[in-house]
Ligand binder design. Structure first.
Ligand code: GDP
Length: 360
């Protein structure tokens, strides 16, 4: 041991220990894509993760789609990069907005998000807390078509129902069909509607003041690009020995990754390289906490009023049904009572100690 090492007790290696443990355990991320059929969602996901997740999908003909209800389709992809393992779940919602009864579409999406929270809540209150599989939705990409002037009433209705449950990121798809000025105008109109309707999109955290200038610049550019206007493609071209993912037009090839053509790279950087952890943290600290607090207060209310338990209860908005977790109710209440008693004891002990110090 060198003299220099003697000056340290060793907690400087904590980040390293944490890093090793996290790498060993791997990471989990769940991304949901919402929007009508044909907007380019599957192509975008394939482009984002450099894989063909939807090659076997059969698109039903239009007359069948009108009858269709929204389904939930989950695909899991295990990716490894530089020995870091990521389990990526992609939740797609084929049939969303296709049915005549559009009202049903948002319900399926909201129910799915709630169900993952409920499952996590049950697992967390159960005995096997160590091996909980986290299926909560960490981010929702909401696809807006490029051909409108702004958000449609239907988009506003869906976004309003989602924004307090999940990190919302709006993407304008097929941005290659718009000119630069049209993109600018559409983005401004969407942001105006978002604000006017009190919708909360995923908020990028403030950059720390000690971050380097390049990072700050990149962060600012990301924030300025919202909502992201993106292009997707499943075709790879070989241009002078360089492979690019692009779309071919009579006048040339649009490179999906070219930042002057679209925000695709910014979206990918944000989702994967820079903000994945923050999306998970916000899901845990904000959205799941909201759900948990609602559950606990309803359980307490039921326990106090001695209400006969039903399988489900309504939230104050009357929109969402949160199933009551009857087996865990008692346990939770007991724990809370124990904590309250311990806090009381602690306060008494502190008071005694204070008194003794004054006497001395
Ligand atoms: P989904 O139903 O929303 O998953 O849409 P798909 O990804 O299946 O795409 C529907 C159609 O749009 C396909 O013909 C795609 O080739 C096309 N498409 C996908 N992305 C883009 C894009 O960025 N620009 C253009 N012009 N077409 C696209």
């Amino acid at each position: 041991m060198s003299d220099r090492d003697r000056d340290y007790i060793g907690f400087g290696s904590l980040p390293l220990q944490y890093h090793r443990k996290s790498v060993k355990r791997g990471f989990e991320f769940t991304l949901m894509v919402v929007g009508e059929s044909g907007l380019g969602k599957s192509t975008l996901i394939n482009s984002l993760f450099l894989t063909d997740l939807y090659k076997n999908r059969i698109v039903p003909p239009v007359d069948e789609r009108i009858e269709k209800t929204t389904r939930i389709e989950k695909k899991t992809l295990d990716i490894e990069e530089k020995s870091v393992r990521l389990r990526l779940n992609v939740i797609d919602t084929p049939g969303f907005g296709d049915a005549i009864n559009g009202d049903e579409s948002w319900r399926v999406v909201v129910d799915y998000i709630d169900e993952q929270f409920r499952q996590y809540f049950m697992d967390e209150s159960g005995l096997n807390r160590k091996n909980i599989v986290d299926n909560r939705v960490h981010c929702c990409l909401y696809a807006v078509p490029p051909w409108g002037h702004s958000l449609r009433q239907m988009d506003i209705d869906v976004l309003r129902r989602l924004h307090k449950k999940v990190n919302l990121v709006i993407v304008i798809t097929k941005a290659d069909t718009l000119t630069t000025n049209e993109v600018k105008r559409l983005k401004a109109n969407i942001l105006r509607d978002i604000e006017a309707n009190g919708i909360q999109l995923y908020k990028f955290p403030e950059c720390d003041s000690d971050e380097d200038d390049d990072f700050k610049k990149q962060d600012e550019e990301l924030k300025q690009s919202v909502p992201f206007a993106v292009i997707g493609s499943n075709t790879i071209f070989d241009i002078g020995g360089k492979k690019i993912r692009g779309r071919q037009y009579p006048w040339g090839i649009v490179d999906v990754e070219n930042t002057t053509h679209s925000d695709f790279i910014k979206l990918r950087t944000m989702l994967i390289a820079t903000h994945m952890q923050d999306l998970c943290d916000t899901t845990q600290d904000v959205h799941y906490e909201n759900f948990r607090a609602q559950c606990i207060s309803q359980i307490q209310h039921n326990a106090k009023t001695g209400k006969v338990r039903s399988d489900s209860i309504k939230t104050p908005t009357g929109e969402i049904v949160i199933p009551v977790v009857t087996e865990t109710d008692k346990l939770l209440l007991q724990k809370e009572e124990e904590i309250r008693r311990m806090q009381e004891m602690l306060a008494q002990m502190q008071e005694k100690l204070k008194q003794q110090t004054i006497d001395v």
